[in-house]
Ligand binder design. Structure first.
Ligand SMILES: C[S@@+](CC[C@H](N)C(=O)[O-])C[C@H]1O[C@@H](n2cnc3c(N)ncnc32)[C@H](O)[C@@H]1O
Length: 294
């Protein structure tokens, strides 16, 4: 039986109101996922509009194309950070808006074979792009003590990063770490078992996912991408899900605004409504920032 994955697009109505300034425009969805936002946007746009949907995950692109089923969507298998070069091949040099809904989708998290979740037994994979060679297993089995400690500290904000890195090195000496369960147990051996709502290994899984996909290298390119592509009056919207990502976006937007050629559409980040969070737990940590080219 085919699994039917779901992913509810976050703050979709608000984003559509803020982003879709030209009903016949050309837009970019930098993180197409299952196409939730794009499908909603297309329902608000007219027949001349077009959306180029980028994703690193070839499976997501295929599912999105089936779900959206609209000739006004062109899926592109590439990072949003490379958007200008890819759009050039379609003869597109300027956009009316761009969305970046960062991180991973719930369909990726819920699929045990992708290895993103500590709640499911699965291979320690964590690649967004399944054509990429480096997996999370390669990182935990080959990276040195200091490198592991650095990613756990910098990408996971984990206070006991050094101890966990050390436990990983000791464990892999006896047996390679190949599954989500093995890693979860190693982290539990240092931090203890789950006590509250959040499992203690959550930060370590987050850190590994960020490292495996070089996520911040791409996030740091958002300002450059929108400078290359957005027309005057066009807007970019970015949804983030943790403070490290949000800080990277906030600082880039601040620097753009300081040039005098961009303005922040909202002074502070917007958050989903209480009602949306009640219906979709994943929305609880979302922050939305929107910027406009003057
Ligand atoms: C939160 S989901 C997007 C969900 C989508 N907005 C929807 O409504 O279905 C994030 C997606 O971004 C993709 N992704 C992560 N980093 C990327 C990057 N640098 N370039 C392109 N896609 C990326 C992931 O593979 C994932 O499918």
């Amino acid at each position: 039986m085919e699994q039917t994955w779901t992913h509810i697009p976050i703050m979709a109505a608000q984003i559509a109101d803020l982003l879709l300034t030209n009903p016949s425009g050309t837009y970019m969805d930098g993180t197409l996922g299952l196409g939730g936002h794009t499908k909603f946007f297309l329902s608000k746009l007219n027949a001349q509009a077009h959306i180029y949907g980028f994703d690193k995950d070839p499976h997501a692109l295929q599912m999105a194309q089936e779900r959206v089923a609209d000739a006004r969507l062109t899926p592109v298998h590439a990072s949003y950070s490379q958007a200008a070069a890819h759009l050039e091949q379609y003869g597109v040099r300027a956009l009316d808006g761009a969305l970046f809904d960062l991180g991973l989708s719930s369909y990726q998290l819920d699929d045990p074979s992708r290895g993103f979740s500590l709640l499911h037994e699965g291979p320690l994979d964590m690649r967004f792009d399944t054509t990429q060679t480096r997996t999370a297993a390669e990182i935990v089995n080959t990276w040195g003590l200091e490198e592991l400690e650095r990613i756990f500290r910098d990408y996971g904000e984990e206070h006991r990063a050094a101890q966990i890195a050390h436990a990983i090195l000791t464990s892999r000496h006896t047996q390679p770490i190949e599954t989500t369960t093995q890693l979860k147990q190693i982290v539990e051996s240092v931090l203890g078992p789950k006590r509250g709502r959040i499992h203690p290994a959550t930060q370590i899984f987050q850190a590994l996912r960020i490292a495996c996909n070089d996520e911040f290298l791409h996030v740091e390119q958002i300002a450059k991408v929108i400078e290359q592509l957005l027309k005057p009056g066009a807007r970019a919207a970015v949804l983030t899900f943790h403070s490290l990502e949000d800080r990277l976006v906030k600082n880039q937007f601040k620097a753009l605004a300081a040039t005098g050629h961009w303005k922040l559409v909202n002074k502070h980040a917007l958050a989903p409504s209480y009602e949306e969070i009640r219906q979709n737990r994943r929305a609880r940590s979302a922050k939305l920032r929107v910027i406009e080219r003057i």
